[in-house]
Ligand binder design. Structure first.
Ligand code: HEC
Ligand code: HEC
Length: 318
């Protein structure tokens, strides 16, 4: 019996040591690329559009005005915002829940207190692969697991644009994530090993799928398994994801063509939702940044609509 216990004890100790050693060798990362992005006018224009209408960077990385419909980000864009206190959500980011430590919406402008000394390769790697300047794993509120779907071309345009932002003097405390979450997040970054091609912008369904992925519509509107956090297969875009809104719990809506979703909605009505400047019926409208997405072109919102109409119609109530 004692022998068995010693054996089990040793096995357990070895297992623990292996797991710890493994975790300390993570995150997986590759060296940042040495490319220098040219930042030509087309890239800057595309980057401006992606940053300010599609990807939501300023929604997190700027102050927001919650007295206005949709809580739009306010200038100067990208200068960073408050930090979480342990156990509290990030201010203005209801979906973040209680957080394990000090996590800030960082200053991503080219100021010394921001990303002044980052290379283009380091910025590309942070946005799509979740690796910070010190080769550490970024906390996954930064949606790198979504932005890894950004094409190489679009990612380069975003980085070119970020570099052109007005420099904002705003220093924030260092990120400090508590044990054991600091180790657990090391499992998340996953280097991109192959080029990500540009989607076919002339195919509305394919392009709409790309946009609704990188704009995070699919993320907020697809039910996820409470443990694995993976989207539940067969229920993509079916809504019902719970959020802590400013006035209590709220649920994302069904975006599939089911009658409970967008089945009865015309393309014009869909576009009109994003062009609103007020919504008298909404008690708590700030979770989804409507006016921010309202900066998208008609063609792009129509492509998103075309894609949403093409997915299987499903009904779901949590
Ligand atoms: C949902 C909120 C959210 C969105 C959207 C978002 N970020 Fe972040 N981002 C964060 C948070 C929180 C951190 C800090 C993570 C940490 O400290 O580990 C961060 C970190 C970063 C960093 C690393 C900065 C540093 O000093 O370490 C860069 C660069 C960055 N974000 C760029 C972007 C860009 C570009 C976009 C848009 C393509 C974007 N972010 C969209 C929340 C967000
Ligand atoms: C941060 C999470 C989040 C993101 C990102 C998000 N949504 Fe939503 N969305 C919600 C929530 C929560 C609601 C329900 C409450 C509300 O209306 O604000 C909602 C409501 C909606 C509605 C129903 C509006 C109505 O009045 O019938 C539509 C349509 C919609 N979202 C489409 C989209 C599209 C398209 C995108 C991407 C461009 C998107 N959402 C991105 C959380 C999100």
């Amino acid at each position: 019996m004692r022998k068995l216990l010693t054996l089990l004890g040793t096995a357990f100790f070895l297992l623990l040591a292996t797991v710890l050693i493994y975790l300390f060798t993570l995150p997986k990362f590759t060296e940042p690329s040495t490319e220098i992005i040219e930042a030509n006018p087309e890239q800057l224009a595309r980057g401006d559009y992606l940053f300010n209408a599609v990807l939501g960077c300023p929604v997190c990385h700027s102050e927001r005005d919650y007295s206005q419909f949709g809580g739009p980000p306010v200038a100067p864009f990208g200068g960073g915002r408050a930090c979480s206190d342990t156990g509290k959500p990030l201010p203005g980011l209801a979906e973040s829940g209680g957080l394990p430590g000090t996590i800030c919406f960082r200053n991503i402008t080219p100021h010394e207190t921001g990303i002044f000394d980052w290379t283009d390769g380091e910025l590309l790697r942070a946005v799509r692969e979740g690796i910070g300047k010190e080769n550490q794993a970024l906390f996954p509120i930064m949606p790198y697991f979504i932005y890894r779907n950004l094409s190489d071309e679009d990612a380069q345009s975003v980085v070119a644009y970020v570099r052109s932002l007005e420099a904002v003097d705003h220093s924030l405390p260092d990120t400090a994530i508590n044990f054991p979450v600091n180790l657990a997040i090391r499992l998340l970054p996953d280097p991109l090993n192959s080029p990500v091609p540009q989607p076919d912008t002339n195919n509305p369904i394919a392009y709409g799928k790309y946009l609704s992925t990188v704009a995070r519509c699919s993320f907020c509107h697809s039910p996820r398994d409470s443990r694995s956090r993976q989207a539940i297969e067969g229920l993509e875009l079916a809504g019902g994801v719970e959020f802590q809104g400013h006035n209590g719990l709220m649920y994302s809506t069904n975006l599939t063509p089911h009658a409970e979703g967008l089945g009865e909605m015309s393309e014009a009505e869909f576009l009109a939702l994003f062009r609103r400047t007020t919504d008298p019926s909404a008690a708590d409208i700030n979770l989804m940044p409507w006016t921010y997405y309202g900066n998208m072109s008609d063609a792009d919102l129509s492509a998103i609509f075309a894609y949403l109409q093409s997915v299987p119609a499903v009904s779901y109530s949590p």
